[in-house]
Ligand binder design. Sequence first.
Ligand code: PGA
Length: 249
Amino acid sequence: MRAPLIAANWKMHKTVADARAFAADLLPRIGDARGVEVAVAPPFTALAAAAEALAGSDVALAAQNVHPAPSGAFTGEISIDMLRELGCRYAIVGHSERRAIFGETDAFIAEKVAALQAAGLRPILCIGETLEQREADRTFEVLSTQLGGSLASADAARASELVVAYEPVWAIGTGRTATPEMAQAAHAFVRGWLRERFGADADAIRIQYGGSMKPENAAELLAQPDIDGGLVGGASLDPESFSAIIVGR
Ligand code: PGA
């Protein structure tokens, strides 16, 4: 079955020193947590320090973003090789903040997904509807458009390595969480879409929930049949709350 993936998305938080302190605090708290995979996505500047501090543990390293080109004149961007050198196993792509604030399109995200897969890194593809779209009953339509666009060039042979994060935009950083039923309905829709596209391999794809996941609501969300982990922002900044999500599930 699918081992849940619980990933910390630190966004633009934590220096190198903060990342080291976090790792030192987190590792003894989670011990050798079984049946779950844990990942941390620090900002680029703290990736190397986090890799060093997490070495020897089972905690995987993730990048928060990536550029699809192998190299070139892309000021401010980071390539897949650069991430691989630091030991990244995952890269988050298509986060709603990248889509909304930095104008990233499904077509650009699709390039990232394909390039990551070709390099053997695993994309964590974020999708999710806004409040306006949910209220207009357009949630499934939006999810389907984002999936179709962002996975347009995905390698079906590596489908099982994909991770999808369903993150309703209205729940991100707001303290407002989708109810377990609401989230499960969206996840079941995503699973159905993935089955149509990838066949039986879709059953191996982890679908994370993201949006104000915290120790108080995580267990109930993670108990849903199609929720295979969480992408955790705010509650991942403190080792106490992040570890409580991991060990309390
Ligand atoms: P949040 O962020 O947990 O702070 O809502 C989740 C995310 O944006 O990945």
